[in-house]
Write a protein that binds this ligand. Structure first.
Ligand code: XUL
Ligand code: MN
Length: 345
């Protein structure tokens, strides 16, 4: 079978300015146009968009104005030859989402979250992507007793059903993350995402997005999560990055900490034919706070480069020898085969 030619993308938020909870920005903001121009220049094909990356100050604008601005953006993307990979409602900034979005205890706030998601779908339509990414940032609890998790599931299903009914082509791609900003999230793993899909009015159109760091934060192996999602035909998007253990979400360059796991993730993508139906490889990585403005694209360029180098490694792995060692249950030497292959000896 012909080898997959992978397509790459990132989001404007991946060219971040260095702020963290303890200190301000360390780089001056770059314009949106500058960010768009970096894509092609560095071998990327598409951009991911939060709804308000596409239409800034979206909450202050009418539906008509939102559509107008989305159409103008589409024109700019076409001029530059860039696709929109997905749109994601940013449901974690507005005052209405302080106590959760779809699962807020306040009915008015739940309505806000749904309405805003419908506008995101309108933008996705105009940008010609059928993927709506749902990172359910504030759907969970700080304090267990403040929420009813059973009702939370019902609220999530009601919200997903409204989105599925709004547009019969849109596909919801749920991006699980076990914690941060919440203490515990309601959809912490791919298993949860695929299970809740079955409660909706159209399970076929509810799938998932795997982020390597989020899987690691859940104590799971990202490669196994990829295989699991692909067994259901539901891996529709991917955020590759890295994470050094159980701490804050680090969004480190792909492979920088767990090189072997990065190799395993690529092997999982290869054996499942990820990318053959137009799926993109996105890097949800952030520059280190110390990065100088003149090195600002390196975390993205390097993640892509590591991906392509590891892809060569995956394609040149001695599968016959691995098979022989597996048949002999000689996992000690299989382990060494992988290590030496990665070390290039
Ligand atoms: C948060 C995260 C987000 C989503 C997009 O941890 O990964 O950037 O990927 O909203
Ligand atoms: Mn992500």
């Amino acid at each position: 079978m012909a080898k997959t030619k992978y397509k790459f993308c990132f989001g404007p938020w991946n060219i971040s300015e260095g702020q963290d909870p303890y200190g301000p920005t360390t780089r001056p903001a770059q314009s949106f146009d500058w960010k768009l121009k970096q894509l092609k220049k560095h071998g990327f094909d598409a951009m991911m968009f939060h709804d308000d990356d596409a239409v800034p100050d979206i909450d202050t604008k009418s539906e008509r104005q939102i559509r107008k601005e989305a159409r103008a953006l589409k024109q700019r993307l076409d001029d530059l030859g860039i696709a929109a990979e997905m749109v994601a409602p940013r449901l974690w900034f507005a005052p209405e989402t302080i106590d959760g979005a779809y699962t807020s205890n306040d009915a008015k706030c739940r309505r806000y979250a749904i309405e805003r998601s419908l506008r995101s779908i309108d933008i996705a339509n105009i940008l010609e992507t059928d993927i709506l990414v749902l990172w359910l940032a504030r759907e969970g609890s700080y304090i267990r007793e403040s929420k009813d998790a059973r009702r939370g599931v019902d609220y999530l299903v009601q919200a997903f059903d409204r989105m599925l009914a709004h547009d019969r082509r849109i596909r919801l791609s749920i991006e699980p993350k076990p914690n941060e900003p919440m203490d515990h999230a309601y959809i912490p793993t791919i298993g949860h995402a695929l299970a809740i899909a079955n409660l909706t009015r159209d399970p076929k159109r509810v799938g998932c997005l795997i982020e390597s760091a989020h899987a690691i934060l859940a104590g799971l192996d990202p490669a196994d999560e990829i295989d699991f999602a692909c067994a259901f035909g539901k891996l529709w998007s991917l955020h590759l990055n890295d994470q050094n253990g159980l701490k804050y979400d680090q969004d480190r360059p792909f492979g920088c900490t767990n090189l072997r796991s990065a190799f395993d993730q690529i092997r999982a993508l290869e054996r499942n034919g990820y990318g053959r139906h137009g799926e993109y490889v996105c890097f949800d990585v952030h520059p280190f706070r110390t990065t100088r403005p003149e090195h600002w694209m390196r975390h993205l360029v390097n993640s892509r480069r590591t991906f392509l180098r590891l892809l060569q490694k995956a394609r040149s792995f001695d599968e016959a020898e691995a098979k022989r060692l597996i048949a002999d249950r000689n996992y000690q030497d299989l382990d060494q085969l992988v290590i030496e292959h990665l070390m290039g000896v």
